[in-house]
Design a protein around this ligand. Structure first.
Ligand SMILES: [Fe+2]
Length: 345
């Protein structure tokens, strides 16, 4: 496995680059905008292909690298389902899995620092965001933070992991890089409490100043969405109601870009074919499934995904590859469902 812990000294943020092998797919957790060049250089040097960029929560102290990484690598942007970020490509919930080739991380919903805080567990290590820090815990006094919820996330979930589980947080201000669950149970001063009430009282006594970047970072991090308007301006977008009229038509084919787990959980447009976003380049090149489909049958290719992000990138790539009939459903299955569209499982 390739595992790199990367540090941004301005915001004291740790970002993590993971891959199962050289030459394979990679994902990055909590990337910082100013470090995107460095990450991409490392990705090239290690011969990796970045396919997912993930934030553990909406950060208040730095601007996320999600949007820039998406624009430069066409990777999928991922956050938890409770995020207030406008549009990310994929939203995960407790019990879901965050996967790339050769790696699978379990998604844990661990609110308290914010109401959109998630942790990711990968075998012997857990990425705890700002829920559990080394000898500390994330503050709970803004962004819908809640000390009692954090107590539950800590004592009900993270501290129940095996003691030897390595803890990799999103920040450290003292120079520590890794800890373990057992070590934090014994030595983290915030965890030496008897009850949720004790913990809430401790957190209320901290009186921390707001992060310097907060007024800039929070609004910016809520707008990581791809400009789907540009795709619409080029005439390559259908709204959900427009897409309804194409269901069952012989001259249109819906292409579902989501992963199998998303289709099973949320349902699909009737009659759609499945062609995950990760395989897009292979599918649209000459000899690929979508290339052949567009050429042979003169069908309109109608891409869709969860929120319209992956499909907007796909329609651009398909048009670039000469598939001039390619369209996408703006807003994805989310918009489709809100407009009353039929879904099948
Ligand atoms: Fe945070």
């Amino acid at each position: 496995m390739i595992f790199r812990q990367l540090f941004d000294s301005v915001s004291s943020t740790y970002s993590y680059l993971l891959a199962s092998r050289a030459g394979g797919e990679a994902l990055i957790i909590d990337p910082v905008l100013e470090k995107v060049d460095r990450y991409l250089q490392l990705v090239r040097e290690l011969d990796l292909r970045l396919v997912k960029a993930v934030d553990t929560h909406l950060h208040a102290d730095h601007i996320t690298g999600l949007g820039a990484l998406r624009d430069r690598t066409h990777c999928i942007t991922v956050m938890g389902e409770n995020t207030k970020a406008d549009v990310v490509s994929m939203r995960l919930a407790e019990g879901d899995r965050l996967t790339i080739e050769g790696l699978s991380l379990d998604v844990l919903y661990t609110p308290g620092h914010t109401d959109d805080s998630y942790s990711f567990l990968m075998n012997d290590r857990v990425f705890t965001g700002d829920t559990l820090l080394i000898r500390g815990t994330g503050r709970t006094d803004f962004q819908n933070g809640d000390a009692r919820a954090q107590y539950e996330s800590l004592f009900g979930k993270l501290l129940r992991l095996p003691d030897e589980t390595m803890v990799f947080p999103a920040h450290d201000y003292k120079g520590d890089t890794v800890s373990t669950i057992g070590e934090e149970k014994r030595h983290n001063p915030r965890l030496q409490v008897k009850s949720a009430d004790d913990y809430a009282a401790l957190m209320a006594s901290l009186h921390l100043p707001n992060p310097k970047m907060m007024d800039v970072a929070v609004p910016s991090n809520m707008k990581v969405g791809l400009a789907q308007q540009e795709i619409a301006r080029r005439g390559w977008a259908l709204n959900a109601a427009g897409a309804f009229t194409l269901v069952g038509r012989p001259d249109a084919v819906f292409i579902d870009l989501r992963e199998k787990s998303e289709r099973e959980k949320y349902g699909s447009i009737p009659g759609a074919l499945h062609a995950p976003y990760g395989d897009l380049q292979d599918n649209i090149r000459p000899g690929g499934m979508l290339h052949a489909l567009a050429e042979d049958s003169r069908k309109r290719i109608v891409f869709y995904c969860a929120f319209g992000e992956r499909s907007a990138m796909a329609v651009q790539a398909a048009q670039d590859a000469g598939l001039s009939s390619a369209l996408h459903v703006e807003g994805g299955i989310d918009a489709w469902k809100k407009a009353g569209g039929t879904l099948v499982r």
